[in-house]
Design a protein around this ligand. Structure first.
Ligand code: DC
Length: 229
């Protein structure tokens, strides 16, 4: 069976990664969460004092980019890959709201995008990959055979993310999460380099009122149709 490239883009907290992981598992494909890469660079910037509070020193971050080593390592017990920053497993830390607050700023930096997009293209050379992010169908893999653009109302997305963060024990309010979702939408769609937008040939998928099972079944069927074409 021929292998294809599946690009899943869309707004934050639309459930891209949940669906992408499931698709990759059933197709026997590699799953890559590109948001984790931007988050790991953000964590690096925070730890080095290049971002946080009123601080902002992007030149220093850009100079140190060659020193940032990012690796995905498959965790058999979990059934998916975890993000390692310079050899340290940062999977838990990069999901915190504190990182979400700064990540869109870091993702605006041209040199950061350049480095990460190059790495992502290397990972997809052999196809058989499901990659999720914001610019996968437009910039990373403009020739992907299947492109999906996920949307849902900001309130539905904030409610999902709020529940996740509460379950992880983070002390946040729904309003705080909604504000973060709306701010990230704005920055992600208005930035100069590779803004979030739907590729002309992407399928738009609004899941505001759709359960996970239905989403998975629909997308899995799309994928099979493309693979068997
Ligand atoms: O998917 P996520 O919420 O973990 O992504 C975190 C941030 O990274 C998001 O606000 C925008 C940025 N991002 C990006 O600019 N390009 C990507 N391909 C993936 C994520």
């Amino acid at each position: 069976m021929q292998k294809i490239t599946i690009a899943i883009d869309g707004y934050s907290s639309t459930g891209k990664s949940t669906i992408a992981k499931q698709l990759a598992k059933s197709l026997g494909y590699v799953y890559v969460d590109t948001g984790a890469m931007y988050r790991a660079v953000t964590l690096f910037a925070m730890r080095n004092g290049f971002v946080g509070g009123d601080r902002q020193n992007f030149d220093a971050l850009v100079r140190l980019l060659p020193k940032i080593d990012l690796q995905f390592m498959f965790n058999k017990a979990l059934g998916y890959s975890e993000m390692y920053l310079n050899g340290e497993n940062v999977e838990q830390e990069i999901r915190k709201l504190q990182v979400s607050k700064y990540v869109s700023k870091i993702a605006e930096i041209e040199q950061v995008r350049y480095k990460l997009v190059e790495m992502q293209r290397q990972m997809g050379l052999e196809k058989g990959i499901v990659m999720d992010g914001r610019d996968i169908g437009t910039v990373v893999f403009p020739d992907a055979e299947l492109k999906v653009f996920m949307t849902a109302s900001p309130e539905a997305r904030a409610a999902r993310r709020y529940k996740e963060l509460l379950e992880k024990g983070e002390a946040v309010t729904y309003q705080e999460v909604l504000k973060n979702v709306q701010e990230r939408d704005h920055i992600d769609s208005h930035r100069e380099f590779s803004p979030l937008m739907k590729a002309v040939d992407a399928i738009e998928f609004d899941n505001t009122d759709m359960g996970l099972k239905e989403q998975y079944e629909r997308l899995y069927n799309y994928a099979l149709r493309v693979i068997n074409k």
